[in-house]
Design a protein around this ligand. Structure first.
Ligand SMILES: [Zn+2]
Length: 355
């Protein structure tokens, strides 16, 4: 309904107008349609003209401002089908929305997992989306039916990408030749159905590129998820037109040639960066001593409170995404607001999401 970029720009643009207005009605505001329903109804209740008490009025305005000032983020990869979320998924999704994570792509890593991810999208329409794919670890489970099962899953509009698929020669949970075969079939499928490709790669950069090169002319938008590679690898992916998914891994990257350095040197263009939590993995440890002081200083107390109250090394949640976004923005030397606008726009564009 609403053009994504126009909507996002409207958020920031109208913020200054709203600040000047004493009696703006939230339900007239275009952003109202995009924010979480909880926030919206709370703001609507508070913005009815029946206020008697001026203190209440001031509080309502503060709430209205914070609802609009909150980030608008898309977590492009969260493993919400993981059994660690089985008992309190409602709370996990609500916390994400309260933190400003408005949309979450639930990663599918097997046929069973991809079906489960699609089922979750039905429980949280407009908030959760899914991917369908066979992870390299699961490549050994590929059968004659797998391709058709993936096609069926991907025929649903909520299922927005092919993956997570790729190559992982670090752990080799499936034999390399089996991984290569399953991967190429999924690349070919993504080209055929024109849905984005969500890639996993570990210690398999050359082989991954070799297969993707064969399809170069036909590739849909392609995301290298949880990128942790080197500058040379990043440049190769960027040259292929790919997007890089960055996670909370950033806190422990101490490589002279890694993601931090790429951000500081301006090697990664902002229009190619997507953000993801990879929850329940990749907890961003903002208290780590190796995280530079100026980066720590750039983290807001609001974002850190979501991280410290709800996330642990054992179970990271999508509500930690604002902290990761603030880390990335600080390394880029940009404001988190500006970076958020760009990366959210990238996500909406890549996955073809509207309001
Ligand atoms: Zn992965």
């Amino acid at each position: 309904m609403c053009p994504p970029l126009g909507m996002l720009l409207a958020v920031r643009h109208n913020l200054s107008i709203i600040r000047q207005s004493q009696r703006v009605r939230f339900d007239f505001h275009p952003v109202g349609q995009w924010l979480s329903k909880g926030h919206l109804s709370r703001c609507q209740q508070l913005s009815t003209p029946s206020w008697k008490d001026r203190g209440e009025e001031a509080m309502a305005e503060k709430e209205l401002e914070s609802a609009i000032e909150n980030y608008i983020l898309v977590d492009v990869g969260a493993n919400l089908t993981n059994k660690k979320f089985a008992r309190d998924l409602d709370a996990v999704v609500q916390r994400a929305k309260d933190a400003g994570v408005q949309k979450i792509m639930v990663t599918g890593t097997s046929i069973h997992g991809s079906k489960e991810a699609l089922r979750l999208t039905r429980l949280y329409p407009g908030t959760l989306y899914s991917t369908a794919g066979v992870h390299p670890h699961d490549a050994k489970s590929w059968t004659d039916d797998t391709l058709q099962e993936l096609k069926d899953l991907l025929s649903n509009p909520e299922c927005v990408a092919v993956g997570e698929c790729g190559l992982d020669f670090n752990r080799n949970f499936s034999p390399p030749e089996v991984q290569l075969e399953a991967f190429e079939k999924q690349v070919s499928l993504a080209c055929e159905i024109r849905k984005p490709l969500f890639l996993h790669e570990r210690e398999a950069h050359e082989d991954l590129i070799r297969i993707l090169e064969k399809y170069r002319e036909r590739l849909p938008p392609t995301i290298v998820h949880c990128f942790t590679g080197s500058k040379a690898e990043a440049l190769r992916y960027l040259d292929m037109g790919f997007y890089l998914g960055l996670t909370g891994y950033l806190w422990k990257d101490k490589s002279e040639d890694g993601v931090r350095k790429l951000l500081e040197d301006g090697v990664l263009p902002v229009d190619r960066i997507l953000v993801e939590t990879d929850a329940p993995f990749m907890y961003p440890n903002t208290r780590a001593s190796k995280l530079p002081a100026h980066i720590k200083k750039a983290l807001t107390s609001r974002s850190q409170s979501f991280l410290h109250r709800y996330c642990t090394f054992q179970r990271n949640e999508p509500c930690s995404l604002p902290v990761t976004v603030e880390m990335i923005a600080a390394y880029l030397g940009k404001s988190p607001e500006d970076f958020t606008l760009s990366t959210t726009y990238n996500a909406l564009k890549v996955f073809g999401l509207s309001s």
